[in-house]
Design a protein around this ligand. Structure first.
Ligand SMILES: [Zn+2]
Length: 877
């Protein structure tokens, strides 16, 4: 039996009784265990017990101020070590020196948390993941973010691990008897224990240098397996670009003499910003044109920037407690998005950011796991590394930055760094620094506290006599059970008013909606007829907009809007109208407008042209349904529209394809745009010609693109287009071709795990892949329960296909994976549950199945991560 896990509340926060000044760690790794000796110097801050947190540790010795402690002198349970007085009975003095020795077994630690084993055989390495509460699996410590200390770490192991790393600077290293050696690292920056890291491995290193604006010469190092080291150039350049960008845009320079990145295959997240020693999932650091797609390469750059930017927003200024996670994550995501926008078309970057926000965060907000950007309670903090904390957190920073304007926002962030450098702070502190420059930002605390996505409803009216436009805006938010009734949030609505005849902008302004309902009037507009409104430009707030615009108005915006994001949004609004109401008129206008825009943009902005062909995913479309969600019906409607689009432009695809010739690989926005558009056009070409005499010709083009590809984007694009059409192929020859190319791809990249992930994903995501085939992928020899990347590449495909997921067999497969991971890797198991949170909106028949399966799972699992998520999903508040 498991006891119900305990909830922790933000309102119960108490500062620690003891602070830490210095920590000395000595970690010795042996064949079947490790020992950790620590010396912690502490100072009393307030009366009370000394609480040291520790999990799965075997305490061998405890000594405080020279007194040896035995079992009668302390209380020890599964979570903590509590000391009320000294061993001799004297009260705890103001200064303590706590020495402990513990034994741990990293060789058996599969949770990818604490000090854990990664890889196997000759490839084995040991590394750490301490955020949020992993350090307590290494030694007894006040493992909470508001305890900042200076760390000195000695790491010792057999010489089969030549790479011995920890945070800061290398101050000593040497040889020992029995083929062992050691290294001592000192980190002068005070940090919380979640930023601690160490590595025992056999890795190669790529080195470079960067001189900061302050004149400090920094050694840059990326560690990876020997066969991967040449794949680190993109990451190294991105690191240097990030260092420069943070100096230019936020005035922040790097503060140590050394910055290291280590690539690890077995990692739960993207990467981790440990001070001076970032640890990365290989998928987020390795990149070469031949083996990495363009979107993946962009995300490598973005994640390198993200983790680097944490050095100031997260590390030097850290979170007081884990409820404040958005303080470091929201701001840092906003910073990495801005960095990426400076390195490609900013409109396309915004489209990508909003796409992620809508599909991951809006669906979270709409489901049973909805929570505020700053949660008020949790059982397991690992469950709150969510799109809401990250993506919506970033949107709040963006709204304030836009409202303040570039100069004032910079003054505000300068003030934040000036006031709080070296401290552990709260969301209130962040807002108080910004509001010392612009008082209006104080009001944004409401966004941090209130869950659910607001809906803004707009209506407009134009008086031809007085040339006055009246715009009425109102806001509404869903009342989430367990939270206060929603209040009105400050919502910036960036607006442009267009003259219908000339297509020129008459007026541009950001309107602030601060009440539930407000009316804005614009007088004496220099126009002859009712103007066209463009609202929420560049997605100025994370809201759903309801605004009835005619098909012609939306087509007008697609043609005349100067804001690239709103051009794209016009196509998405048209599509939603068609799919929601089956409106034929909207469909006609949509098809014509998109066709025209794609031709216009194919040469000048091929990436935007590609995005204009977007049809929202089945998962995104499920959000438009208020109840009785029928995955099959949504899939059918979406497929129909895609077919209509393919047919409407039937005479365009081949022409477009031939006008986008393959060229030598270049990493520029234009070249990436051409590759993206060519892949989309190829897929449409195969779709249009399937089951026609021209299909063999289209297949030849795909095969030729596959065989002559200059990079992975081209090769995988061709393979994906073929695999996706597999079920429409009636001709034996064509069918064999697809199988042949899949096999070729596998053989070509058999020793490249990240490429095999793609090979798996392309099959798992294909429409024609059956659930039996997905099950077969899980049983395939390439499947690896220890590597989250591989697990995600298979069952991510299942999550992306609601029709397959929401079926008896689909749920059995999906929940089977969760159950299997519950013990081995509870963090991952719990995160995989996120796509299931909206089960209660399903049509009754599927709803009953889902409820039964989820309830069954609850009886099977025991980790508090999974229990908390399941409880939330099943509505057990
Ligand atoms: Zn982060």
């Amino acid at each position: 039996m498991t006891t119900k896990p305990t909830k922790i509340y933000l309102k119960d926060y108490q500062a620690p009784n003891f602070s830490v000044t210095t920590v000395n760690l000595d970690i010795k790794l042996f064949d079947d265990h490790a020992t950790v000796d620590s010396v912690i110097n502490m100072q009393k801050q307030s009366e009370g017990d000394l609480i040291l947190l520790g999990r799965d540790l075997q305490l061998i010795q405890l000594e405080i101020n020279g007194q040896i402690f035995n079992e009668e002198n302390y209380q020890l349970d599964k979570e903590q070590l509590v000391i009320k007085k000294l061993a001799d009975g004297a009260p705890l003095p103001n200064e303590l020196t706590v020495k402990t020795q513990v034994k741990i077994v990293p060789q058996k630690n599969t949770s990818l948390e604490g000090l854990y084993i990664a890889g196997e055989g000759d490839d084995v390495m040991f590394t750490t993941q301490c955020e949020a509460e992993g350090f307590r699996k290494i030694t007894f410590y006040p493992d909470r973010p508001d305890v900042l200390a200076e760390f000195t770490t000695r790491v010792e192991a057999d010489k089969k691990f030549p790479t011995l790393l920890s945070n800061g600077h290398l101050i000593e290293q040497g040889e020992l008897a029995n083929n062992r050696h050691f290294a001592v690292w000192h980190d002068p920056a005070k940090k919380p224990s979640y930023l601690f890291a160490c590595v025992f491995a056999d890795l190669s290193v790529m080195q470079d240098k960067y001189t900061t604006i302050e004149g400090r010469e920094v050694l840059l190092e990326i560690y990876a397996k020997e066969k991967d080291i040449e794949k680190c150039h993109v990451a190294m350049q991105a690191l240097k670009d990030s260092m420069k960008w943070d100096e230019d845009n936020y005035g922040r320079a790097y503060d140590l003499d050394r910055f290291m990145i280590v690539a690890v295959s077995q990692f739960n997240m993207g990467a981790m910003e440990n001070k001076g020693l970032n640890i990365f999932n290989t998928a987020c650091v390795l990149s070469t044109p031949e083996k990495t797609t363009d979107p993946r390469t962009s995300s490598v750059k973005g994640i390198i920037a993200h983790e680097y930017f944490h050095n100031w927003t997260g590390n030097r200024i850290t979170c007081r407690d884990w409820f404040q996670l958005c303080l470091k994550e929201g701001l840092t995501v906003f910073r990495d998005q801005s960095f990426s926008a400076d390195h490609q078309s900013s409109a396309v970057q915004r489209i990508e950011d909003v796409d992620i926000l809508r599909s991951a965060q809006f669906s979270e907000d709409a489901g049973a796991l909805a929570h505020p950007v700053r949660p008020e309670s949790f059982v397991e903090i690992n469950n709150f590394y969510t799109p809401t904390v990250y993506e919506k957190g970033a949107e709040i920073c963006r709204m304030m930055a836009n409202m303040m304007g570039k100069e004032k926002y910079r003054q505000g962030t300068d003030e934040y760094f000036r006031r709080y450098d070296g401290q552990a702070v709260t969301v209130e502190d962040w807002l108080s620094a910004l509001s010392s420059v612009d008082k209006r930002t104080a009001d944004f605390i409401k966004w941090y506290r209130q869950p659910a996505t607001p809906t803004v409803t707009a209506t407009s009216d134009f008086d031809n006599e007085s040339k006055t436009l009246t715009l009425n805006l109102s806001q509404h938010s869903r009342h989430v059970a367990g939270y206060d009734k929603p209040i009105a949030l400050p919502i910036p609505v960036a607006t442009a008013i267009f003259d219908k005849t000339s297509g020129e902008i008459l007026l541009e302004k950001t309107l602030m909606l601060t009440d539930f309902e407000q009316t804005f009037t614009f007088e004496n507009l220099a126009t002859e007829q009712a103007p066209v409104l463009s609202l929420l430009r560049d997605f100025s707030a994370p809201v759903n907009l309801e605004f009835n615009q005619s098909a012609e108005e939306l087509a007008f915006l697609l043609e005349h809007e100067t804001n690239g994001f709103n051009r794209w949004q016009a196509t998405q609004t048209l599509v939603n109208q068609v799919l929601k109401n089956g409106d034929k008129h909207y469909k006609e206008v949509y098809l014509k407008a998109v066709q025209k825009a794609v031709h216009q943009l194919a040469k000048t902005d091929p990436m935007l042209a590609t995005r204009l062909l977007d049809i929202p995913s089945e998962r995104d479309l499920s959000l438009l349904v208020k109840g009785d969600y029928d995955p099959q019906a949504i899939k059918a409607k979406r497929e129909q529209l895609k077919t209509d689009l393919a047919k409407f432009m039937a005479n365009d695809w081949l022409n477009l394809y031939q006008n986008l010739p393959m060229q030598a690989y270049e990493d520029t926005p234009q070249a990436k745009g051409v590759r993206a558009l060519r892949n989309t056009v190829l897929a449409m070409l195969l779709k249009t010609t399937a089951n026609t005499p021209n299909f063999t010709e289209s297949c030849k083009l795909a095969v030729s693109q596959y065989d002559n590809a200059s990079c992975m984007t081209e090769r995988l694009g061709a393979l994906g287009a073929m695999v996706n059409r597999e079920n429409e192929i009636t001709d034996e020859i064509d069918f064999n071709l697809v199988a042949e190319k899949l096999e070729d791809f596998y053989q070509r990249f058999a020793d490249e795990p990240l490429v095999i992930d793609m090979w798996v994903a392309v099959q798992a995501n294909a429409d024609c892949t059956s659930l039996d085939e997905i099950q077969a992928l899980i049983e395939h020899k390439e499947f690896d329960w220890g590597t989250p990347n591989r697990i995600r590449s298979v069952i991510g495909g299942l999550a992306n296909s609601p029709v397959k997921l929401w079926s008896e067999q689909g749920l059995d497969i999906y929940l089977g994976v969760v159950a299997k991971l519950d013990h081995a890797n509870p963090t991952l198991a719990s995160r995989l549950l996120q796509p299931l949170a909206r089960w209660d909106t399903l049509v009754p028949e599927l709803k009953t199945i889902a409820q039964a399966k989820l309830t069954d799972l609850e009886k099977e699992v025991s980790s508090k991560n999974v229990l908390e998520s399941l409880g939330g999903i099943l509505g057990e508040k």
